[in-house]
Design a protein around this ligand. Sequence first.
Ligand code: G3H
Ligand code: 13P
Ligand code: ZN
Length: 332
Amino acid sequence: MVSYKELGLVNTKEMFAKAVKGGYAIPAFNFNTMEQMQAIVQAAVETKSPVIMQVSKGARKYANPTILRYMAQGAVEYAKELGCANPQIVLHLDHGDSFETCKSCIDSGFSSVMIDGSHFSFEENIKLTKEVVDYAHQHDVTVEAELGVLAGVEDEVSAAESHYTKPEEVIEFATKTGCDSLAISIGTSHGAYKFTREQCTVDPETGKLVPPPLAFDILEAIEQKLPGFPIVLHGSSSVPQDEVDTINKFGGKLPDAVGIPESQLRKAAKSAVCKINIDSDSRLAMTAAIRKHFAEKPGDFDPRQYLTPARENMKKMYIHKIIEVLGSNDKL
Ligand code: G3H
Ligand code: 13P
Ligand code: ZN
């Protein structure tokens, strides 16, 4: 058993309470590689932001659970080395799919876990979430649950359509499970293709797709039912069109990739939404920089040559999100 406290990590409790009160959101960036981790830490330290580093089941499989745990510990030490005296870093399991996966993470140094029972019935979701909460709280680990279904693919869980969270269910769910935060469905979705052409309108000037607005009425109804309760938004990448254009210009093929407009996320961050999940934008920033590098310098083959601009581009994106979208800068 390794406690996250030994690794210098923190859970989300205090972080979320401050974010809800302060009208900003904590960035939850997914990571799989050392370059992503370095870019996340550099961005968080330079902006003085708390940060959630999250790993999916797929990330654990890709990078190895032990390596990821020590990378999180390394992130804390790296942040200190960069001059941050008191880093506020959470290691979070993204989309935990079973009690066993959550327990394994809690036992090996995670400070926060998500149990995603959103694909089960309301009663089964409550039962599973409560089981995870009971175990996690014995170890001072915080738990994110999900109510409502997002469209798109998440790890081994996929859904063709979204089902918005029903505000009338949230009080019973939060009370019966004891979860610390709640991921809701209000129109965001995972991946770089969040909306079909049919769901969007077309900007006559650029020809780019304009996605439909998020269901802020549902968010407000949930906030009224659970005042001050920490709310989480998944699927919140904005799919920056300059990165998509760079990828397409240098041999990629991402037609009609479209995300959540940053103005909508900025509005959400000022509400009880206190954790915003971003993964795809990091993938796009990394891929765009690498494709550009390969096109311009076809003779390069040392990974450091193309991973350095990739890391820089991700860092730029993380800093932009922290300052311009989430507002979590200058909070340490
Ligand atoms: O919500 C899903 C995250 O973007 C993680 O994706 O399962 O491909 O690592 P992944
Ligand atoms: P994006 O695919 O929009 O980055 O969402 C990531 C996410 O929700 C991780 O849980
Ligand atoms: Zn997600």
